[in-house]
Write a protein of this length. Structure first.
Length: 528
């Protein structure tokens, strides 16, 4: 008898298969290496215009794209297989009366939790479940267009701030209320998309895409695994605090993000950071210690092998980097470090290979800085490069200047090519690189530059670090080790679901994932 294949709902957010980067590379490797697994990709994107960046393997059975912005009619992308006649009927039956009876009490609970987070946050999982069930019958856009939804949101916000004394500068304006209401419309759009029943769900970030895992666990008893590359909530803190939003808007968006992230950690059956660095964040926000299992990223050392420098960089001290030009990569600090290095090594050449289109404003800011520091002959923005092995072998060393990371492939790939790395001490960088490269504080251009100078000037030291780094990859960071760990997790969790389903069939319990006793009253009140 043919063995049943395990199915996995793989949830991505701004990454695979529509965008490049480390997380996308990891997803691509996972899908291709585990060809005995059937993947159903649930991909949240910014806009609907993204095209596939990867050639997906045959075991990726379906890709459900969920664009949060830029679609006039969400059902066009979220419900592509549903006939227009059915969409029309959905819209017709989405009346104010239906919304008031079936949704408003759920909507109020969600708003209250965002405005004033409390210890009952775990019950919000059932709010999302009931909202998901509602949107499988009624129209998403018509619901949010309804006056009663807007009035409810506005009244709840105003009432909350009238009851609580806050400084004048923290009071929301009508523009703030409108803005945050629009955010809710966009960020919750994924609960309009049907979630297929699979054996396991795998959230690639403890963020909004993980809502599908939470709903699937409650609806189908599906075990969930969360992989943390960078820590979602940490990176949200950085992005939101650096934004131009008002105090109210920042707090609202942060609380919403925090709620979703804590739910992911609380309901996950396994939380797998790609570095031990992430554990402190995961435990702080709800992950149980016995459910945390670090799975380091791995690479294939037969692909990333040391080679001689090519003709174009031979004879010139060269620093290479593989990084998109986005603020989190802090390319500005790398540019400033080049100015430090140039004073001692005048012919130094830095080349950054990565997309210039992800954050065009930031790319322009970097160009301006290069011009301002008169580094046109020393610092080059090389754009996208489709052969990573060539990137590292082009240089004497490589560089990573990020202010936030998980466990970056670029460090492992460079080590495997016997090129030591100068990197900032963020995420799990130290876990891979300590003893095999130079580690400096983030945003410290002087220290970064001094690390580059040290490696470029001392050839024997540099070559010895490169050799040791490759040996470390061979010993600890092989691709096969990482892949085997995920396969073991899938098999164990799939068996767990099978046992749950059998138990329910034997006891004739309706498959509805009854909630824990602590939340039973909440669940029953929501179902009423």
């Amino acid at each position: 008898m043919k063995e049943k294949r395990i199915s996995v709902l793989l949830e991505t957010e701004g990454t695979y298969p529509y965008a490049g980067g480390g997380v996308s590379t990891w997803c691509d490797i996972l899908c291709k290496e585990l060809d005995q697994i059937d993947y159903y990709v649930y991909a949240i994107t910014g806009t609907p215009i993204f095209k596939l960046k990867y050639s997906v393997p045959s075991n990726v059975k379906n890709i459900q794209q969920i664009p949060l912005w830029g679609s006039v009619e969400p059902s066009e992308y979220i419900l592509p297989g549903v006939p227009f006649s059915n969409i029309y009927l959905r819209k017709n039956k989405t009346t104010e009366k239906v919304i008031e009876k079936k949704l408003i009490h759920l909507f109020k609970k969600l708003i209250k939790q965002i405005l004033k987070p409390d210890e009952q946050f775990s019950s919000m999982a059932y709010v999302f479940l009931m909202m998901y069930r509602y949107f499988q019958i009624y129209d998403y856009k018509e619901t949010f267009k309804a006056r009663i939804v807007w009035e409810t949101f506005k009244d709840e916000v105003i009432s909350f701030y009238n009851k609580n004394e806050v400084p004048e500068n923290e009071m929301p304006t009508m523009f703030d209320i409108t803005t945050t209401m629009r955010w809710l419309y966009f960020y919750l759009m994924e609960i309009d998309a049907p979630i297929p029943e699979t054996d396991v769900t795998h959230a690639t970030i403890a963020g909004f895409s993980g809502l599908a895992s939470i709903i699937s666990k409650l609806e189908y008893n599906t075990p969930m695994i969360v992989t943390d590359h960078g820590v979602f909530i940490r990176e949200r803190y950085i992005a939101i605090s650096n934004s131009d939003f008002t105090f109210f808007s920042k707090k609202f968006l942060m609380n919403l993000s925090l709620l979703v992230s804590k739910l992911c950690y609380t309901y996950a059956d396994q939380v797998s950071p790609v570095a031990n660095f992430n554990i402190r964040w995961e435990q702080r926000f709800g992950a149980e210690p016995d459910k945390i299992k670090t799975i380091y990223n791995g690479i294939d050392p037969e692909i990333f092998i040391p080679k001689n420098k090519p003709e174009k960089s031979r004879g010139r001290p060269t620093v290479v980097a593989a990084a998109h030009l986005i603020p989190l990569k802090d390319i500005e600090t790398m540019i400033k470090s080049c100015d430090v290095v140039r004073r001692e090594i005048p012919d130094v050449r830095y080349v950054v290979y990565g997309s210039l289109d992800v954050a065009p404003d930031y790319a322009e800011k970097c160009r301006n800085l290069i011009t301002q520091l008169e580094l046109e002959n020393n610092f080059e923005l090389g754009g996208f490069h489709n052969k990573p092995t060539d990137i590292y072998n082009e240089g004497d060393i490589s560089a990573l200047s990020s202010i936030s990371e998980g466990f970056p492939y670029t460090v492992l790939e460079s080590m495997s090519c016997a090129r030591p790395v100068v990197a900032t001490d963020v995420g799990g960088v130290k876990e891979a690189l300590e003893g095999y490269g130079e580690i400096v504080k983030p945003r410290d251009a002087k220290a970064f530059g001094e690390g580059v100078i040290k490696l470029l000037k001392d050839v024997e030291f540099r070559q010895n670090l490169g050799r040791l780094g490759r040996e470390q990859v061979l010993l600890k960071f092989r691709l096969s080790t990482s892949i085997d760990s995920y396969l073991e997790a899938y098999q164990r969790l799939a068996l767990q679901k099978q046992k749950r389903d059998v138990d329910e069939d034997n006891t004739e319990i309706k498959k509805e994932a009854p909630p824990p006793q602590a939340n039973r009253i909440v669940y029953e009140s929501l179902s009423a």
